[in-house]
Design a protein around this ligand. Structure first.
Ligand code: TRP
Length: 364
């Protein structure tokens, strides 16, 4: 029977922000309490991050810890979830090398996520080969652990599709060995791609439009107060627009009815608030202060847990060490299955050795 194993990960290129939280972290915290999953692996994808940061390993060196702290702060329980470091599992590299023969250059060239990333990084004329191959390595990330459920954002869909193509190709060529994986998308549309505080399409460090999980309360407040809303909403009495209005997109992502009861009982729910806003007569700042209360309620326990772990860095490294050892153990098991299926396990294959010995032994 196909196991239910979660495999997911992040590139350690910076602290995690609330876009990561709604997009994937909160889901992971929820899933770790779901007994129907056999195992959960979270990978810190430092080797993948190197594919476009080869000249800046120092960035990863710092952020492997920051991302781990963010995981623990968000409520990932290291007793239930196996957190590990990608580059410390060499079996991943081995599997990637075999998978490279099971797909084509043109197949990767058509990957829309890779295409956009190449443009964003101005790689057009000079694509690093490692970067180009990262979708293949991602197929190895998932299948080395027999991952069958991959909770990620929509932009990762082409990677899961490629993974499953490689799995089918592998199984057809070498015999049933690997499982196909399902993507698990965030359920709420606003959560799939949270815009930056400036209303731009995506939160990104380089745009300076992120609210980080580790931001202190006063910074969060300041960032929310200066958020992009509706540029045509000049006077309170003007009708407001929701389309592209970052404050309302965040409310879509984070607000629940009970928040109204607690912080703004003038309205029953978000629909009522939106109705008033679009009608006119409701100022942006009131909406922002409401959003701010919701965000602080969410972020305060995260900040507290982060502070707890920040005082225990050696323990955090111990968590990573144990997680990585376990990942290697599982990885070695899968690699031996893979080598056997591919019939390249010469050293462990006594039937092969006997047969070849017989071939050359003098006829009796
Ligand atoms: N590409 C993913 C990202 O940028 C990170 C990642 C690497 C990943 N390997 C993975 C996610 C395997 C899921 C499964 O966010």
């Amino acid at each position: 029977m196909k196991p239910k194993i979660i495999l997911t990960g992040d590139r350690p290129t910076g602290r995690l922000h609330i876009g990561h939280y709604v997009g994937s972290l909160s889901r992971r915290v929820q899933l770790q309490n779901d007994p129907s999953f056999d195992r959960i692996f979270i990978m810190i994808a430092d080797a993948q991050a190197l594919t476009d940061n080869a000249d800046n390993p120092e960035k990863l060196r710092q952020n492997v810890l920051e991302v781990t702290l963010d995981y623990l702060a968000a409520g990932i329980d290291p007793e239930r979830v196996n957190i590990f470091i990608q580059s410390a599992v060499p079996e991943l590299t081995e599997l990637t090398f075999y998978y490279m023969n099971l797909t084509t250059v043109s197949r990767v060239q058509r990957n829309p996520t890779v295409k956009t990333e190449i443009q964003m990084r101005n790689f057009e004329a000079n694509i690093p080969l490692g970067f180009f191959c990262y979708p293949v390595s991602q197929a190895a990330d998932i299948t080395l652990f027999h991952g069958t459920v991959v909770p990620v954002g929509e932009d990762q869909k082409p990677m899961i599709e490629l993974t499953n193509e490689i799995v089918r190709r592998f199984n057809a060529t070498y015999g049933e060995t690997l499982y196909e994986a399902d993507i698990l998308l965030p359920d709420n549309k606003a959560c799939q791609r949270l815009p930056g505080t400036d209303g731009k399409a995506k939160m990104s460090k380089s745009l300076g439009n992120c609210i980080y999980l580790s931001d202190p309360a006063d910074i969060v407040e300041q960032k929310i107060k200066s958020m992009y809303t509706d540029p045509t909403h000049l006077r309170v009495s003007d009708p407001g627009h929701l389309e592209g209005n970052a404050v309302f997109t965040y409310l879509d992502a984070f607000c629940r009815d009970e928040h109204f009861l607690k912080y703004w009982p003038d309205y029953k729910n978000l629909d009522e608030l939106k109705e008033h806003y679009t009608r006119g007569g409701l100022g942006d700042m009131k909406c922002k202060m409401f959003l701010c209360k919701i965000m602080q309620e969410l972020l305060e326990p995260i900040r507290e847990r982060r502070h707890y772990w920040e005082q225990r860095i050696p323990e955090v490294y111990e968590i990573l060490r144990r997680g990585t050892e376990e990942a290697r153990r599982v990885g070695q098991q899968t690699i031996s299955e893979v080598r056997e299926a591919m019939r390249i396990n010469y050293l462990d294959d006594s039937a092969l050795q006997d047969e070849q010995a017989r071939k050359y032994s003098p006829a009796e």
